[in-house]
Design a protein around this ligand. Sequence first.
Ligand SMILES: [Zn+2]
Length: 433
Amino acid sequence: MNTATSPGRARKLILVVIDGLTPDVFEDAVARGTAPTLAALHEAGTYRRAHSTFPSLTPVCLATLATGAHPDIHHIPHLVWYHRAEGRLVEYGSSFGALRAAGTRRSIKDAIVEMNAKHLSREAVTVFEALEDAGLTAAAVNTPCYRGRTRHLPTVPGFGGPVEGPRRFFYYNLFESDVTGAPLAIRTRSGGSIDAYAAAVGRWLVTRDGFDFLFYYLPDYDYASHSLGPGGAEVALERSDGAVGALAEAPGGPDEFLERYAAVVCSDHGQTHVKQAVRLQDSLTQRALVTASNRAGMVYTDEARKVAERLAREDAVDVALFREDGVAIALRDGGELQLDPGDGGWQRRAWHALSNPNAGEVILSAAPGFEFADLGGRHHVGGGSHGSLLDGDSLVPMLVVGAAAPPSEIAGVAPLVLAHFGVEAPARELTPA
Ligand SMILES: [Zn+2]
């Protein structure tokens, strides 16, 4: 199969993000043929394992995928954080319990509207904005980080909006730029109704050739993996594969599909097993506000070193990060080191997270098997979780068909997409601490 891009005209490109899919599970499904569409794409493309960003939590990672920037530039710090200017908590949906604790209406508005309209830095240009500024048509299905140049009104009158999305914009039936006849997204979450909605919209878009770039986000795998644990959600992956298959079938099958489209398939972060949950705030006597969820936590405090040193002693904490006199410091394995932003591994990801103006003064990365309970006291003991700097949470599958070589980190995806279309990427300066 010839997947080379013909000179002068870039093929349309589809970015498929399967939430929470680990490289192990992806590689196994491809090898055993349990995910036939993904296997066909793998056969035609180039594959590697790549790193996510930190904290390896969905809103943070999807903002990185959409902008090509780490949190120091895009400013989304965590699933839950303290908004210093507004003096309040922002909770994007760690759990229903956490949503209730932070105020359900407020949280839904934060997750759906404010994250894009206000929290996501305007300096972090999204792939949708950059492509549409260049005269191309961008599309998004269900991705929580969607900021574009076209105003959309909600389908439910009175629901917070309008919002700015890409020209073709579909978000859980709440925003629909076109009438597609897709079923309701929120019916049976565990049965994969959201990915079924994405499949119906995706099939409609491909059939009409309705975009140059499509961000096709499939969250149902992560949902299943949280309850069943990584590796236990095979059926969910088969459904995700079916949702990708719906795109490939529209033009007649994988071969015809790849003649028309380049594709990138990846996840936003990995997942690891959780055996134990702790409440970080129980270990603190200092004046401090803890925002924690999954396998990452933050502390807003005037006593950063004291808090970091106290929490670094906990079994649940692998790394405690804080800033002191403008220097980014990590406490790990009983030692202390100054983070090197030029480091190729975890130090650089930690540095980016700590350099985010919305992050807490202290950031905690969980030890293997541990989770930090959220605002509602919820956790995933017995299932899967993610958020830490460790490879199990941070490594993702990265497959590219018909475009440049797969990037080594998810921050490389947006630049790859822009380069594919010959659009100049926004400059990203790495400013050392
Ligand atoms: Zn995710």
